[in-house]
Design a protein around this ligand. Sequence first.
Ligand code: BJW
Length: 230
Amino acid sequence: MAENIVILTGAGISAESGIKTFRAADGLWENHRVEDVATPEAFLRDATLVQTFYNKRREQLLSGAIKPNAAHQALAKLEQAFPAGQVLLVTQNIDNLHERAGSRNLIHMHGELLKGRCQASGGLVEVTGELTPTLPCPLCGAKGCLRPHVVWFGEMPLEMERIYQALASCDRFISIGTSGNVYPAAGFVEEANRHGAHTVELNLEPSQRLTAFAEHKHGLATELVPAYVE
Ligand code: BJW
């Protein structure tokens, strides 16, 4: 098939692997809305609270209980079935389940939980333990300089130029497991439509952006995704 495909994934694809989504009724984190924790202002106000939020999620991801599911695996297989570069996977998720399933042409537009960023140099380091406000940064030596390598509200998501280039030349855009609440990702469907792509939503329930998609199917990612891509 001579097709260029862009796939956008959100928290819903990792839900059946045991990672909570953000906006489900029980998606609150110790009574905080993600909008109140995932901001640079929250980090300035209370770095310990924000670091603890990410430390707990990192610990869960590394616990061994969280594994890629059939939806992650189906997307990795899809990429392998196409010539290199024709399938681009853009994830809003900061977990590492797509790469563990075997996806390689992958952009983490909201960052990665297993990386820390030096606030002085912008350099990245692998993180497999806890970040704390007193931990010395291995890059610059300053205490508490490392922040989670994640994109908070008000910050620019990563690799946007590459994503918009891919959207401009794709034949098919598939959005999986995302509520369509958070921009710029929620606007990718319009961008793909504008360039003539066929647009598809696969989600548990109709998303905020439902009417923008040419096709939509609703149900569990582990059932919908393998059935759609295989
Ligand atoms: C299943 C399932 C199963 C469940 N199977 N499905 C108005 C217009 C445009 C923009 C804005 C605006 N007002 C404000 C903004 C900007 C803001 C924004 O969008 N705010 C909205 C709240 C309105 N956006 C930003 O600030 C972004 N940056 C930006 O715009 O920069 C521009 C800029 C310009 C100039 C200067 C500077 C900047 C940055 C957004 C960063 C988002 N970060 C987070 C946290 C990242 C780290 C972390 O993980 O902690 O990213 S917030 C959180 O939401 C996380 C997610 O990636 C993101 C999206 O959530 P997602 O994945 O959709 O999850 P849910 O829970 O919402 O939905 C899950 C879905 O799955 C549901 O629909 C379920 O039904 C489904 N599901 N189980 C299939 N088994």
